[in-house]
Design a protein around this ligand. Sequence first.
Ligand code: MG
Length: 263
Amino acid sequence: MSMILTEEKDLERIRLAGSLAGQVLQLIFEAVQPGITTWELDEMAEKAIRDAGHIPTFKGYRGFPATVCTSVNEEVVHGIPNKKKVLKDGDIVSLDLGVSVRETVNGKPFNYIGDTAVTVAVGQVSPAIVKLLEATQKSLYDAIKICKAGTTLDEIGGAVEDVAKTGAYGLVREYGGHGIGPDYHEDPFICNYRTGSKTKLKPGMVIAIEPMFNLGGDGVRIKPDGWTVVTRDYRPSAHFEHSLLITQEGVEVLTKRPKEVVG
Ligand code: MG
């Protein structure tokens, strides 16, 4: 299960990991423009995380080669930054990154991790894509709004699913949110649709919620690189994510970007 953090020193560190993740995500979000490569965005993020004295969570995680997952257009998640991938006007790119604040506890590394993603329009995109991005972000915010001690995973999935249904978007079911622990992903898996799960959030839990909506159908597959998830129909996909600390009364958005208004 996700770790449960209640001690002030732990809360301080998870907040640091989250806020740095949010700051670095905003930095590369603002750097997105036609002509930049996904490789350059990745380098910028890695430098900012290391300059702050912390660790890019994804680099080397299960062999992933980079700091940021950069997923362009029909790529849903886990896209690999590439020197040849030049962003162009009308594209969208999902930027997903993690920051680990590492401590040594009893001689072993222990990580406090912030995990967050946003999908950004490159230049001018079509009105249908603007709506896709808005709906995906709204589903994340709707799910965040209902999070507190006692909220069930079914309720979280329902909040996301309702927004997808309203817009008739494809909803990716193979991937979803998760608990966050010292080794990154932990139980519970948090589905972006109703499952009937009665599992409840507890105070001190750290989780990530991450809806993925498609302009076409639900189906996805993994490309031959073994990482990049793409829509089966090659239509565009959007992805937003925040790491959250569950409290008795509600929720703290750990990875809020400095200029972001959640709600
Ligand atoms: Mg995640």
